[in-house]
Design a protein. Structure first.
Length: 276
């Protein structure tokens, strides 16, 4: 039950990363509630050759103001700005993996839910956070913790530069079709990489040698999302590509391939909208 709830939240955050941006005047906010059906095919972890498919009914939620948005890169809080420079607070969620369901990790400890939170410094080349079209360069750093909800473990940091571009392709008075692109160059601490890719002597065997990672480059990623948004309905989808070649963890026996593709799409019906 907990897993389904968290996956539902993750779906909301992932798909809302490609939802439309509406212009929001200072001191005002917009909120939408609804329900939808979402499908996604997601790897167990980056570098795994196994994935899991999800088809779930999911509540739809969007909130946007001049101070906070839950409709872009997961949760984002606008903390500070100076002309084109913005300091945001962002978060991310990593799926839990039962090692019995993954051949490469068989006999190892399960991967718990991973929650990340930290600042993101964004420089806007085009537009601003709430503009329908915007382009920005970003530096992010997130503290990561892992939990099975009986305890919490500090697993280090993720950080790196990224670029994000959103543009409306077709706009009408009551609907919008938009495209969004994101590119990341990822780095991580040794503690973070060891959590996912480390193999202790206890868990090593003939086909899985002991391995410990160092801090550094952890791969690149690009994603493209499309969506169609109206006052009553939302439809969207995304494709994400991750590349791990020449990364610090590439030599781990748990990395079975140096790329992963994630896909997803969904549809939602909006039954409540409010501007305030």
């Amino acid at each position: 039950m907990i897993k389904r709830c968290i996956i539902s939240i993750l779906f909301i955050l992932t798909f809302n990363a490609y939802a439309a941006e509406d212009s929001v005047e200072k001191g005002t906010a917009k909120m939408e509630f609804g329900a939808g059906l979402f499908y996604a095919d997601i790897p167990h972890y980056l570098g795994s050759d196994e994935s899991e498919q999800y088809l779930l009914p999911v509540p739809y939620f969007r909130y946007q103001s001049d101070k906070m948005a839950i409709d872009r890169n997961n949760f984002t809080g606008f903390l500070w700005q100076q002309e084109n420079l913005h300091l945001d607070l962002s978060a991310n969620v990593g799926l839990a993996v039962d090692s019995e369901d993954n051949k490469a990790r068989e006999g190892m400890d399960d991967l718990d839910w991973v929650f990340e939170l930290g600042p993101s410094l964004n420089y806007y080349l085009i537009g601003e956070p709430n503009a329908k079209q915007h382009l920005y360069l970003s530096l992010f750093a997130r503290k990561a913790i892992a939990t099975d909800f009986s305890g919490i473990d500090d697993i280090g940091w993720r950080y790196g530069p990224s670029v994000y571009y959103r543009v409306p392709i077709i706009e009408k008075s009551d609907s919008q079709f938009s495209l969004a692109f994101r590119g990341n160059i990822n780095f991580a601490s040794d503690k973070y990489l060891d959590y996912y890719y480390g193999v202790s002597d206890l868990h090593s065997n003939e086909t899985r040698q002991a391995y410990s990672s160092r801090s550094g480059f952890s791969g690149t990623g690009v994603s493209i999302g499309v969506h169609f948004d109206t006052p009553k309905y939302w439809l969207g989808g995304f494709v994400k590509y991750h590349h791990l070649a020449n990364s610090q963890q590439d030599a781990s026996p748990l990395v079975k391939q140096d790329y992963n593709v994630s896909v997803g799409f969904g549809v939602a019906w909006k039954f409540y909208r409010r501007n305030f």
